[in-house]
Design a protein around this ligand. Structure first.
Ligand code: BDR
Ligand code: CA
Length: 307
C-alpha cells in the first residue's frame, strides 16, 4: 500500500476524506497532522481523535501550525459549525496526540522513506510550508503532494480565492515554488461533486456509524450550499483529494504553471492557473475534469467497510 500522511483541518469534509483514507486498502496511513483552518487548531486536533474513534482505528496524530505564516487567522465556522463537526452524537477522542510537532513528524517520516511518502493536504498549507522551509531538501524526498485547494476559476471564500489558499496564501506560494511534485484538486472540480439528498440518503442507508455521521454532517452543510450557490447539496471537496490518490483516473489532469497571489487586494489568495501556457514552466498537475458518479461510488463503497 502507498504510504501517506494526511494533513488537514477537520472540518466535516476533511473528516469524510480521512474516513475514506482509513477505509482504503490502497493506502497505508502513517499519521495525521492537524492544522488551523476551518476551526482553530485545538478543535481540529480534537476532531482528528474523533475521526479515529469513529473508524475505531489507532493511528498516530500530531499538532501542526496553529496560525498562518503572515496573514491573520481565517475560520470557516460559518460553514462547518463552531466545533468543526456538525453532528449530534460523536464519539469522544480516545487517543491523545503525540508530543512531537507535525513539522518534525513529516520531516522524519519522509526522510526515512525517500521518494515514497505522499502528503495529502486538505487544509491551509502552513505546516507543509514550514517543513519545506526548515529542510529545503525535503520537497525532493516527498513522493508527491496532493492538495485540495485553489481553483482554476472562481473562488469560494472570495470571488477570487478558495478557502484553503486564502487561509494561508504565503504558505501555498512556498509549497508551489518548492519544486515538490504536486497535484492540485481545486474548486473547479470539487464543486461538481455534490452530496445531493439521494447521495446523503445512500450514506445513511449504509447503516454504520461512518455513514450516519457523514450523512448528518452533509445535511447540515447542504443549507449553506443551497443558499449561497443554488446547488442541490454540499460539495465533497476534501474526499476528492483522497480519491485522486486512490484512483487518479477518476480525474483529468493538466500540467501547468500555478502562482499564488500574496498581495493583499481583490485577488489575495488566488491560484493563478496558466491553463493555456503549456507545460514548459509547469509546477503542478491540476485537475480539470472529474467523473463525479464514479467518485461517489468509490466513497460509498469504501465507507461501507467501516464500523
Ligand atoms: C475547502 O475549505 C474548507 O472549508 C474545506 O474543508 C475544504 O478543504 C474548500 O474550499
Ligand atoms: Ca479542509
Amino acid at each position: 500500500a502507498l504510504p501517506v500522511i494526511l494533513d488537514g483541518d477537520p472540518g466535516l469534509d476533511d473528516a469524510i476524506a480521512w474516513l475514506l483514507a482509513l477505509a482504503s486498502p490502497e493506502l497505508d496511513v502513517l499519521g495525521f497532522t492537524a492544522v488551523h483552518g476551518n476551526v482553530d487548531l485545538g478543535k481540529t486536533l480534537w476532531n482528528t481523535g474523533v475521526v479515529l474513534s469513529l473508524a475505531r482505528r489507532e493511528v498516530l496524530y500530531y499538532a501542526g501550525a496553529d496560525r498562518p505564516l503572515v496573514r491573520s487567522g481565517l475560520s470557516a465556522a460559518n460553514v462547518h459549525g463552531q466545533t468543526g463537526l456538525p453532528a449530534e452524537f460523536l464519539p469522544e477522542a480516545e487517543q491523545t496526540p503525540e508530543e512531537q510537532h507535525a513539522v518534525n513528524f513529516i520531516g522524519r517520516t519522509v526522510r526515512a522513506r525517500p521518494g515514497e511518502v505522499t502528503l495529502i493536504a486538505t487544509g491551509p498549507l502552513t505546516t507543509l510550508a514550514l517543513a519545506f522551509r526548515i529542510a529545503p531538501d525535503l520537497p525532493e524526498l516527498v513522493r508527491e503532494v496532493v492538495w485540495m485547494g485553489g481553483s482554476t476559476g472562481q473562488g469560494n471564500r472570495t470571488p477570487a480565492a478558495e478557502f484553503n489558499a486564502l487561509a494561508d496564501p504565503h504558505a501555498a506560494k512556498i509549497v508551489f515554488e518548492s519544486g515538490v511534485k504536486l497535484r492540485m484538486v481545486g474548486l473547479n472540480v470539487t464543486m461538481g461533486c455534490i452530496a445531493t439528498p439521494e447521495r446523503v440518503k445512500a450514506l445513511q442507508n449504509l447503516g454504520n456509524a461512518a455513514g450516519q455521521v457523514s450523512a448528518e454532517m452533509l445535511s447540515a452543510y447542504a443549507e449553506v450550499y443551497r443558499q449561497r450557490y443554488g446547488l442541490n447539496g454540499g460539495a465533497l471537496h476534501d474526499p476528492l483529494a483522497v480519491a485522486a490518490v486512490i484512483q487518479p483516473e477518476l480525474l483529468e489532469w493538466q500540467a501547468m504553471r500555478v502562482d499564488v497571489e500574496t498581495q493583499e487586494g481583490l485577488n489575495f489568495g488566488r491560484t493563478v492557473c496558466d491553463l493555456y501556457g503549456g507545460t514548459q514552466h509547469a509546477n503542478a498537475r491540476v485537475a480539470v475534469g472529474v467523473n463525479d458518479a464514479a467518485f461517489f461510488e468509490l466513497l460509498l463503497q469504501r465507507l461501507a467497510r467501516l464500523p
